[in-house]
Ligand binder design. Structure first.
Ligand code: 13P
Ligand code: SF4
Length: 304
């Protein structure tokens, strides 16, 4: 029988022999973190994808992330570690719905959260991630912004940039929006000395209670640089375990036991093993037209 360690050793050997770069989103499990070339938030993954030297990139995360990698590296083979891993938020709006909506906001700049399909990005002006949204939207010349599809991230961005007129639509992350204001108040009472760190995909009544709001990497960096000792973590619960490994002397509490992304949980170490063996995953194929149009929107984000 194989052990975690022997599978990891095989993966490390095979990815070197087969010239594969493994990129993992921070919500993936610890055994995957340990064999990845880079782990980070959506923004960090996009940057790494645009600079990786290897001829194949294996993305451990969800489909829109693998599509972003393919758009940034069209000449490379890009594999999604688990073909069924998608982000439900990315399916919340079609190009037809967006084109209809744009008729009501003709002079607005359309800013798309990166958690969207590549088809939808073809109809948008600029892409943002949770880590880059405030900076990018503040830098845009136009003060009228149509922000899709996450109204919670959009509301938080809008609060940071009151000088912009940000139009929101109904949409968001079904995982982060499970966290209620009431359970946030309860856990604060239970751990009165803990700092509350949350992802901007949470509801406004949750983010308003937080000491810090940021991307997955932002939350992890905040903890590492903080002199505080206790933290309540309001994002996917894998981050609690990763922080325990990174900062064993600090204490972490999950804000909600329901904050688990079943799509991010689909990828296992054995999926990664099969991918580096050449027998697993799904190679991402996008049409040249979709890639070139969606790339404009991603390039604008990277430019800013
Ligand atoms: P990050 O940009 O923080 O990685 O967020 C991506 C995501 O899907 C969070 O749910
Ligand atoms: Fe999508 Fe939410 Fe899962 Fe992130 S946590 S991948 S936004 S469903």
């Amino acid at each position: 029988m194989k052990t975690t360690k022997t599978i990891q050793d095989d993966i490390l050997r095979l990815k070197r022999e087969n010239d594969i770069c493994i990129l993992a989103h921070a919500y993936e499990s610890q055994d995957i973190w340990e064999i990845a070339d880079y782990v980070g938030d959506s923004y960090g993954l996009s940057l790494k994808a645009s600079k990786a030297d290897q001829k194949t990139i294996l993305l451990c995360g969800v489909r829109f992330m693998a599509e972003t990698v393919k758009i940034l590296s069209p000449q490379k083979s890009v594999l999604l570690s688990h073909p069924s891993a998608g982000c439900p938020m990315a399916q919340q709006m079609t190009v037809e719905q967006l084109n209809d909506l744009k008729k009501s906001y003709p002079d607005y700049t359309v800013a798309a959260y990166i958690n969207t399909t590549s088809e939808l990005k073809t109809a948008c002006d600029v892409c943002v991630t949770s880590a880059s949204a405030v900076k990018i939207i503040r830098s845009l010349e136009n003060s009228d912004i149509l922000f899709i599809p996450d109204c919670n991230l959009g509301a938080w961005v809008s609060k940071q940039i009151p000088e912009k007129n940000i139009q929101l639509v109904k949409g968001g992350c079904p995982v982060h929006t499970r966290i209620s204001a009431q359970e946030t108040e309860q856990i604060r009472r239970l751990h009165p000395n803990a700092m509350l760190l949350v992802h901007p995909e949470c509801l406004p009544e949750v983010t308003i209670q937080a000491d810090y709001v940021g991307s997955t990497t932002g939350i992890m960096d905040y903890v590492k640089n903080s002199s505080e000792n206790e933290f309540i973590i309001g994002t996917e619960n894998s981050i609690v375990q990763h922080l325990q490994f990174a900062c064993p002397d600090k204490h972490f509490y999950a804000l909600s036991k329901n904050c688990i992304c079943s799509d991010m949980k689909l990828t296992t170490l054995m999926d990664v093993y099969r991918c580096v063996h050449g027998t697993g995953g799904e190679e991402i194929h996008l049409s040249d037209d979709v890639m070139s149009k969606a790339r404009r929107c991603i390039d604008t984000m990277l430019k800013y």
